[in-house]
Design a protein around this ligand. Structure first.
Ligand SMILES: [Cu+2]
Length: 118
């Protein structure tokens, strides 16, 4: 019985070690994406950032009213850059990759109706 206990302890230790190694091997780094998002004002900033921050895989989102550039910190294991563009477009804002739906765009307040690319 003593030997059995000993073997169990060794196996248990090995399982714990294996599990810990797997967790450590998984890259957990967040990534940062920077790209252009069309918009005009502080209201646009709030709309864009709020839409993004609803997603738990997005750690931070900061849109610059002057440069129209957004900086998004996200978990690349859960979300792709294309999906981030899609979230912004769904909120009514064109990005340099994805265009917002015309209906969603038309519902934006007047001050937020940015000039769209043809
Ligand atoms: Cu606006």
């Amino acid at each position: 019985m003593k030997t059995q206990k000993g073997i169990f302890a060794i196996v248990f230790t090995m399982i714990v070690a294996l599990f810990t190694t797997n967790v450590n091997a998984k890259p957990l780094h967040d990534e940062t994406a920077t790209f252009k998002v069309y918009g005009n004002c502080e209201m646009c900033k709030k709309r864009i950032e709020t839409a993004l921050k609803k997603n738990p895989a997005i750690k931070s989102a900061d849109w610059n009213v002057e440069t129209k550039m957004i900086k998004v910190v996200y978990d690349p294991h859960v979300l792709s850059v294309d999906q981030i563009h899609k979230i912004i477009a769904d909120a009514g804002h064109d990005t340099d990759k994805v265009k917002a739906n015309d209906t969603v765009y038309s519902k934006l307040p007047g001050c937020c109706k940015y000039v769209r690319k043809k």
